[in-house]
Design a protein around this ligand. Structure first.
Ligand SMILES: CC(C)(COP(=O)(O)OP(=O)(O)OC[C@H]1O[C@@H](n2cnc3c(N)ncnc32)[C@H](O)[C@@H]1OP(=O)(O)O)[C@@H](O)C(=O)NCCC(=O)NCCS
Length: 160
């Protein structure tokens, strides 16, 4: 289990700067979160992946293709790309690599027609990751009171 590292990730206010969620207060919240992710695998066949440092086997954070079942920017039941890394791993290209690996899985394994993503408009790092991974900025919308950019990629764009 990666509870200690997962706690380091999710207790950090800087990590949550552009997220709607709040930093966690204790490790029980992390254990509950891991349980919730396991249930997603059972319910949807897909969920968060741990991002692991191949040099050390350390947990660096996560990347995911999440099946979103709530209406979001006029879309429902779509695959959403996301990622979150412990601060010490920022700025080294890892989120871009994880995003690209997630898209490869979406199109090559899941045979998904398209993948979406959204990021806080001021979250420069995340907006750059999505562009570098090949997604196209197609608009913006207000999500939980926050202006977010909306991105999309389909199989044709991914293979190009
Ligand atoms: C956003 C996040 C995933 C970026 O991860 P990362 O591994 O640092 O991203 P990369 O190294 O792949 O960087 C991609 C590009 O963004 C740039 N970038 C990354 N963080 C940046 C920042 N805070 N400000 C400006 N540019 C930034 C990088 O320089 C790189 O650009 P370049 O190739 O032109 O040099 C990471 O900061 C994080 O986990 N943040 C907290 C959680 C979060 O916001 N998740 C996304 C929610 S939508």
């Amino acid at each position: 289990m990666d509870i200690d590292e997962y706690f380091e990730l999710d207790a950090d206010p800087d990590v949550h700067l552009y997220l709607t969620s709040q930093p966690v207060q204790n490790k029980q919240q992390i254990a509950d979160s891991i349980q919730f992710i396991r249930q997603q695998y059972i319910d949807n066949g897909i969920g968060r992946w741990a991002v692991i440092d191949k040099r050390t086997n350390a947990f660096m954070g996560w990347a995911e293709l999440k099946l979103i079942a709530e209406l979001t920017n006029n879309h429902i039941n779509f695959l959403d790309l996301g990622y979150r890394l412990i601060k010490k791993y920022w700025g080294q290209g890892f989120a871009t690599e994880a995003a690209q690996a997630s898209l490869t899985y979406a199109f090559d394994v899941l045979q998904a027609p398209e993948v979406f993503a959204h990021a806080h408009a001021e979250n420069i790092g995340s907006n750059k990751v999505l562009s570098k991974a090949g997604l196209t900025l197609t608009g913006s919308f207000v999500h939980h009171g926050i202006k977010c950019n909306w991105y999309r990629i389909d199989r044709k764009d991914f293979q190009r």
